[in-house]
Design a protein around this ligand. Sequence first.
Ligand SMILES: Nc1nc2c(c(=O)[nH]1)N[C@H]1C(S)=C(S)[C@@H](COP(=O)(O)O)O[C@H]1N2
Ligand SMILES: [Mo]
Length: 240
Amino acid sequence: MNLIRVPNSQLTRRRFLQVSGISGMGFLLSGCGTPLFSDVVNNLSEPLNQKVETLLFNPQKPVPEFSKSDIKPSDLLINTFQDTPIIDQAKFRLIVDGDVKNPLNLSMTDIQALPLTSMIIRHICVEGWSAIVQWGGIRLREIVALAQPKANVKFAYFKSADGYYESWDIASVLHPQTLLAYQKNGEPLPVDNGAPLRLASPVKLGYKQSKWVTQVTLISDLPRMKGYWEDQGYEWYGGL
Ligand SMILES: Nc1nc2c(c(=O)[nH]1)N[C@H]1C(S)=C(S)[C@@H](COP(=O)(O)O)O[C@H]1N2
Ligand SMILES: [Mo]
């Protein structure tokens, strides 16, 4: 498959090399008519050496959002590698642990008492679809700040109730539009889309956005198993 024909591309050579390493992304780049890449991909930066304190005190620049009229509710497909897990919201707890001074064990009531942030962004799945979605939830940076990360923290590791797992660089974790979402298009988040809590962010591809998140562990080194799809060959950074 020819991966190199990208009309009107803002892709850098580096980005290309990364993207072309992902099997299954080929048709995204081969012009199947979806305006996925040229207008979506920002200049890639991998701020992997940014310090957690700096990022907490100096929020990164927000990504431009879409408007309500751009939302087509049917565009968001369900992409789940296993059966949808059944979670009792009343008993649900989000664990935040790892290299933190103040580990957290939060109920949905605790989380919903924190400030609600809403944003309209594009979700991009490398299997060839995208959707503009309004997500509402808590900024992950607020949860991380409450947990008081130690200075050595460089990554977050996310565990999900269906066995999915992910890891992200700390700059993307602390991006002001990275949410733990519990609403979709103004309604409670549907179970198939990850209720009670899922990641939602305009800086990452769909496979980075874990649904049914139960645990966020702040760490200084990446483990051998970096992510469900990454361990099968997808690129780890998965940035937009
Ligand atoms: N826990 C979990 N999270 C997941 C997945 C999954 O299988 N399990 N699939 C990922 C992929 S590949 C995509 S594109 C999005 C899809 O989100 P949606 O089903 O809400 O559209 O969820 C991501 N998060
Ligand atoms: Mo995906």
